[in-house]
Design a protein around this ligand. Structure first.
Ligand SMILES: [Zn+2]
Length: 313
């Protein structure tokens, strides 16, 4: 079964690792060979800037990751750069769609032109924060009662104007609620249910319902500490419990996946890299019908993205 995955951190590793190669580097959990083995049809590649990179070097670090996206990912003949969502409908057998996202606006500082540069480079999803405070908002590890900052208004306006998806996965709770009525397109690209695992990176039942009420989607993440409290490893069945719980709240059509491969130091048993993706599909098929799983794996997001195009047109 085909998969659309909304989050991986391959680009950060392609820049950081010496002589890294996207095709079959054993150090990558979402290398091209593993994406193929797992039937991943579309992969979103996050630009993630490590917190130890100094403020004045963050934008350059983002530029380096975009360069790696071109020179190491898109140079592979199977890879297709998705710059318009309708391209999802045109992917041929053997092709894999590659989408850019920005994991937190830290690297733009208070400069909207920098954000425009990133959007012009093809970024289609933007998270306002990673876990910490920046010029836009407060991240998931900050005080949950602090809302969006004044600069957020300009950022959200630009993102709406450019029909960009705003990713709420790393945002704190008040920022989330401030954002809901303002954003046109919303997704939690890699978060689970807080009711099953009480971590600030996960969403409460109320947040999940409100997200979907505002047209948003909930893409589950494979990071064990967000599946089972403080666990370094867990099982696929535990992850399926999150899917079942979210489905009971909002229905399967708003659920998708955002593995976070290459952004994790721990992994789920038998789901340690993109090549093992179909193990998750097999487990979901024990609870859900083939059509339901296909909607979660691929069709639901594709429909969402097509609807965005219609809204824009
Ligand atoms: Zn993340």
């Amino acid at each position: 079964m085909n998969i659309i995955d909304l989050h991986c951190d391959v680009l950060e590793k392609l820049v950081r690792y010496e002589n890294a190669n996207f095709r079959n580097d054993a150090r990558l959990s979402a290398s091209l060979e593993k994406l193929k083995a797992g039937n991943v049809k579309v992969q979103v590649f996050a630009i993630y800037i490590h917190t130890n990179i100094p403020e004045n070097e963050k934008f350059l670090a983002a530029a380096r990751q975009i360069e790696a996206f071109h020179t190491k990912v898109l140079c592979e003949p199977e890879m297709v750069h998705i710059t318009e969502w309708e391209q999802l409908n045109q992917l041929e057998d053997g092709q894999i769609g590659a989408v850019l996202s920005l994991e937190g606006c830290d690297c733009i500082g208070e400069d909207l032109i920098k954000l425009e540069h990133l959007l012009n480079a093809g970024v289609k999803l933007v998270g306002l924060t990673w876990n910490h405070e920046n010029a836009v908002a407060f991240g998931a590890s900050e005080d949950p009662s602090k809302g969006l900052k004044p600069f957020a208004k300009d950022v959200i306006h630009l993102l709406n104007e450019r029909n960009i998806i705003i990713d709420v996965s790393h945002l704190n709770e008040q920022g989330f609620y401030d954002l809901l009525p303002l954003a046109h397109n919303l997704i939690a690209s890699h978060s689970n249910a807080r009711a099953l695992c009480d971590h600030p990176r996960n969403l409460t039942d109320a947040q999940i319902k409100d997200l979907v009420k505002h047209g948003g989607r909930m893409h589950v993440v494979f990071y064990p500490p967000f599946i089972e409290n403080e666990k370094e490893t867990t099982t696929i069945n535990r992850l399926v419990k999150h899917v079942e719980h979210i489905a009971s709240l909002v229905g399967i059509q708003h659920i998708g996946f955002g593995s976070d491969f290459d952004g994790m130091d721990f992994s789920i048993e038998n789901l340690g890299n993109a090549g093992e993706y179909q193990n998750f599909i097999k487990a979901l098929l024990k609870t859900f019908t083939y059509e339901e799983v296909a909607i979660m794996a691929y069709k639901g997001f594709r429909k969402y993205a097509n609807t965005m195009n219609l809204a824009r047109g």
